[in-house]
Design a protein around this ligand. Structure first.
Ligand code: PMT
Length: 410
């Protein structure tokens, strides 16, 4: 996967800089073209000559060393397919998060519009510092890929979180990002996630065990595949794409329907409550003397079904009138539902896709503890309207998400 790829490594002034010599060799062994830029402090830990020999390229340190027609930071940014900053010190992280460009490395980052992996390494107290954490969150929200440091014995003598993560992890992330197929570029993808929260009174609610991981994995992968993403979720998340926080099924329905006209694909991964309390008390209900209490429930709207009905109406309208009005008809989105079943999965999924009328239904066995609700893994079948079935074997939710998009758009 790395052969012929241009990888730009940024090294900053931390003791873990020596480890990056081996990372360069790992990329070079796979025939990648590696270039290195260093902050001046990085050269206190590793020599320019070592890095030049290993990368078989000049090493950039000085910002104003212009030999070509382009300023140096722009040519580094233009040439590379990906940038990997390791180790990243608290100082450089702070500069990047705040748009400061006072050396070659930080200027390259500012001009870089492709994926950037950042692998921080520092003393555990520095890693926990609230400003460092704020800066890390800023970078996460801006779409940088942060490789969390690991815990262990640190070079400064402390024990805690701050060690550079393993080189294998950085290498695998590089391969993962460079092998992403941008099949969703130019498309707007809307994804729902999490269990809806249906209030009973001001302090109690009905919900379910959905963690929001499956929906978030779909949204992350869609973003990496080039889509403009909106994640409509009941969970608190910070993402580099649009997030709309909702609570109840009714809130979720409003939010999804607002996006309908402008979207190319809508995926309902949320676990939407089928029922809600008929009357929501606007106070905390008191415990009574009785041992029993009844809460009357009424049916929630079926969001997926109503999206499919909107699409159906559009198809009929296009058939009837667009040629007369001579206007470009709205291109309806691809609508994908999930089907969570604890028994007779495939039989129930086939009935559900016909009932709801969606283009694809992802059949999800929720009787197993190792996949489905709350797990980091899933194993699903992608069923299409025309009746094709693709079984996706157990994998991380991110890998499953990738295969779902490849099945729909590949
Ligand atoms: O969040 P995680 O912990 O990662 O778990 C992921 C998951 C198991 C929740 C997810 O993979 C999943 O299966 N989501 C669908 C859960 C569900 O509600 O399934 P269902 O079979 O009851 O509903 C079928 C479809 O109709 C779903 O797309 C659902 O979003 C939708 N629906 C359901 C009820 C309703 N009132 N409106 C809806 O739109």
């Amino acid at each position: 996967m790395l052969s012929g790829k241009n990888i730009l490594i940024g090294i900053t002034g931390g003791i873990a800089a020596y480890k990056i010599c081996e990372l360069i060799r790992m990329y070079k062994r796979m025939n990648a073209n590696v270039r290195v830029v260093c902050t001046p402090n990085a050269l206190n830990f590793v020599t320019k000559l070592t890095l030049q020999n290993l990368s078989q390229n000049d090493v950039g340190v000085e910002e104003f060393n212009i030999e070509q027609y382009k300023p140096e930071h722009i040519s580094y940014a233009d040439e590379a397919d990906i940038m990997v900053i390791a180790p990243a010190t608290a100082n450089t992280i702070g500069k990047i998060a705040n748009g400061i460009c006072d050396n070659l490395l930080t200027s390259v980052v500012c001009a870089f519009n492709k994926p950037i992996i950042i692998a921080p390494a520092m003393n555990c107290g520095m890693w926990e510092n609230e400003f460092v954490q704020e800066n890390i969150m800023k970078l996460v929200n801006a779409g940088f890929y942060i490789m969390e440091p690991e815990s262990g014995f640190l070079a400064c003598g402390y024990e805690g979180k701050g060690r550079l993560c393993s080189l294998d992890k950085i290498y695998d992330k590089t391969v993962e990002l460079l092998s992403v197929n941008k099949i969703l570029s130019g498309k707007k993808v809307v994804i729902t996630s999490g269990g809806t929260i249906e209030a009973i009174d001001t302090v109690r609610y009905i919900s379910n065990y959905s963690s929001g991981k499956m929906g978030a994995a779909l949204a992350d992968v869609a973003y990496e595949m080039g889509a403009d993403v909106i994640l409509i979720t009941t969970k608190d998340v910070q993402k580099p794409y649009g997030v709309v926080k909702v609570k109840s099924a009714i809130d979720m329905k409003d939010a999804v329907e607002r996006e309908y006209d402008s979207s190319d694909c809508i995926i309902m991964a949320a676990a939407v409550a089928d029922y809600r309390a008929k009357n929501i008390a606007d106070y905390k209900m008191k415990k009574s003397e009785s041992n029993e209490i009844s809460i009357e429930l009424i049916k929630n709207p079926d969001i997926l079904k109503s999206l499919c009905e909107m699409k159906q109406k559009e198809a009929v309208a296009v058939g009837k009138g667009s040629s007369v009005l001579n206007i470009e008809p709205h291109k309806s989105p691809v609508i994908v539902g999930f089907c969570a079943e604890s028994e007779n999965l495939m039989e129930n999924a086939k009935i559900k896709i016909a009932k709801k009328g969606c283009d694809y239904l992802i059949a999800n066995d929720i009787s197993r503890k190792d996949i489905g609700f709350s797990s980091d893994y899933n194993e699903v079948s992608v069923i299409s309207k025309s009746g094709t079935i693709k079984n996706l074997s157990k994998a991380t939710k991110k890998e499953i998400a990738k295969q779902i998009f490849e099945e729909i758009y590949g």
